[in-house]
Design a protein around this ligand. Sequence first.
Ligand code: UGA
Length: 416
Amino acid sequence: MNISIIGAGYVGLVTAACLAKLGNEVILIDIDEEKLEAIHNSRISPIYEEGLDELLRQVHIGVSTDYRKILHSDIIFICVGTPSDKSGSIFLEHITEATKQIAEILKTREDYCVVAVKSTVAPGITEELVIPILETSGKKAGDDFGVCMCPEFLREGKAIYDFMNPARVIIGENDDKSGDMLSSLYQSFNTPILRTSLRTAEMIKLASNAFLATKISFMNEVGNICKQLGIDTYEVAKGMGFDDRIGNKFLNTGIGFGGSCLPKDLKMLIARAREIGYEPTILEGVLNLNDTQSLKLVELLKKHIPLKDAAIGLLGLAFKPGTDDVRDSRAIKIVEVLLQEGAVVKAYDPMAVKNFSKLFPEIEYVTKEEVLDSDAILIVTEWEEFNELDYGGKIVIDGRRIEKAREASIYEGVCW
Ligand code: UGA
């Protein structure tokens, strides 16, 4: 098929590379010319993602800043970013602008195509914002062109694997014809395809991430209770996980969830609920607990050492292992508080130093061995390599359960 992807961000780029690999003609549109050049000429991804550079070298993807290039596409995916503001509501500027540009092209098209939203949006946005803008073209959704909402479920670090091996494909459709066309693109995937309304698809995406976030905060709450009672939460999680109604995944306690998706999507769902006059108390609780969980690491540290002028070493800055992404990383709040308390912060991360140093140029970035020379050490991300360090004689407060760190002379886990 002939496919256009609007937005060369995380989802857009992975979707473009994978669909090209599957034999589709793909054109990637973005406003950032430099980014597109790197992708097209150097075949280098602007973001780190396992296997992505290699895939970019194997496939051909057309790139352009000019929307006229989408003129012959069968399917146009909108993959632009939907960052949230302080209240949690999403900024709709990018999606509005991209949709206006597509509407301009629709004006001149005689043939049928499907516009599919992949950006994560609050339930109702495709119907209430995207379709009305597309219809400014003078064409009618459902008659002259199709509209779908097709959320993506990609874990950072495993995005290519997740794209190629989806647990499910969700196709929210405006009408049968739109859904038939998009379904045919996913025909070769050996996975359930669920066809729903547009707003149901939008909700499935938000509810899935909100549920994962809830699992983590729930376990962190259990973990905080376990800590007081001298119980190991990891054993509790193991015991719970045998029940397949509960499952054994996403039960790792620690300093909570970060990244560009779980916190943002949870806030988006809370904001949407409030807009319609519903107070989502469980979701609020999930967010509130997560906001304070990472600071427990600093509270525990203060029991062992006064922070003023102390050299505190951080192991890990990325929001999780396997990525250089620091968006909403728990390390951010921790470093802020350490600096406020007058500590001297030294940090190590195998991948995320470059991104983190843009946020905190004032702290020292050192080797992992130099981190071990600090007065006390905080473990913030569970990189595998932290299981090979020599923690003997150290003070270690562990936010991510690194077994080897237990050999420290003073060791405390945040929930164990
Ligand atoms: C998340 C979802 O897992 C994907 O299914 C979804 O497609 C994606 O968001 C998205 O919306 O695009 P991701 O943000 O890559 O993926 O990260 P996760 O692997 O979910 O981890 C999120 C955070 O939860 C990390 O900070 C991690 O350390 C934390 N976490 C995870 C825990 O604290 N405990 C756990 O048991 C699992």
